[in-house]
Design a protein around this ligand. Structure first.
Ligand code: MN
Length: 285
């Protein structure tokens, strides 16, 4: 059976650009690669934005050596990048971007959302790439809500969307470089579910909202992350209606050297990435 080995709660919030009021639930920038293969998880919102005329967000910036996964719960994010592509990530959609060898992109509220305002809530997860894939061609998978299998859990416990990996025979649409499960769960108050991600993966139960007890332990009130050790099954029981992200992955077990939007294996590779970026090697936007 899997059991909780550590817990962390959200750090104090900060703004990413002027569009994303985030709380980091874990981050490699703390100096520890404690959630390998996952580097960082920022939970943006929930936050109410008034209607505006100019989209809020983050203007052109680089990424290299990893992937960014944007999961939109409420609101809309419009993005464009140096591969010449772009689009809108709507409620329930996921953008799985491979920065790989280097990309420039920008992330803003969509024009429609900016004009109408309203509640905004999203997660941005950073997923590391193994050394052999850090130079993968940049690009992204635009995954719509309709492409994500939504599975009803037994006994009315709630619903599970398979973004990556496999649950109960349902295969998530995201292509990943290393084995991982990314499951979006909505749990109903007073119900429980038994979960069994693949053995050999480290499991993170990210409670975004609500309160959840793992293996009948003390309830964990979101936003918070429980890290589980061991193999096999564990249970989640919702004290209240809860929104949970399960992140489970095979550790990459390589050194992490990071500087802002670059995540490599060595400091020399970081210096090289900065020099490449300054020389315009990531293209233009
Ligand atoms: Mn970015």
């Amino acid at each position: 059976m899997r059991h909780v080995s550590s817990m962390s709660t959200a750090a104090s919030g900060h703004w990413v650009g002027d569009g994303f009021p985030v709380r980091s639930l874990f981050s490699h920038m703390s100096g520890e690669n404690s959630h390998d293969p996952f580097l960082m998880l920022d939970y943006a919102g929930p936050h109410h934005f008034e209607p505006a005329s100019r989209p809020r967000g983050v203007d052109v910036h680089p990424h290299k050596g990893f992937e960014t996964v944007t999961i939109v719960y409420q609101g809309e994010v419009e993005h464009g990048d140096s591969t010449g592509k772009g689009g809108v990530i709507r409620e329930g959609d996921v953008q799985w971007m491979t920065a790989g060898d280097g990309i420039l992109h920008k992330e803003f509220h969509s024009h429609d959302f900016t004009a109408r305002g309203g509640p905004f809530e999203m997660v941005q997860l950073w997923v590391n790439l193994p050394a052999r894939d850090k130079s993968a061609p940049p690009g992204y998978q635009a995954i719509t809500d309709a492409q994500i299998p939504a599975v009803d859990l037994d006994e009315g416990a709630g619903r599970l969307r398979v973004i990556a990996g496999t649950f109960d025979g349902h295969v998530g649409p995201a292509r990943t470089f290393t084995p991982m499960e990314v499951w979006d769960l909505r749990l109903n108050a007073g119900k429980r579910a038994d979960l069994a991600p693949p053995d050999g993966q480290d499991v993170n139960v990210v409670v975004l909202s609500g309160a959840v007890a793992i293996n009948d332990g003390a309830p964990i009130t979101g936003p918070a992350v429980a890290r589980l050790e061991g193999e096999g099954t564990f249970s989640v029981a919702a004290e209240t209606g809860a929104k949970v992200l399960l992140l489970s992955g095979a550790p990459i077990n390589e050194p992490v050297a990071a500087y802002g939007p670059f995540v490599m294996n060595t400091e020399a590779e970081i210096r090289h990435a900065i020099a490449e970026f300054r020389a315009g090697a990531f293209g233009s936007l």
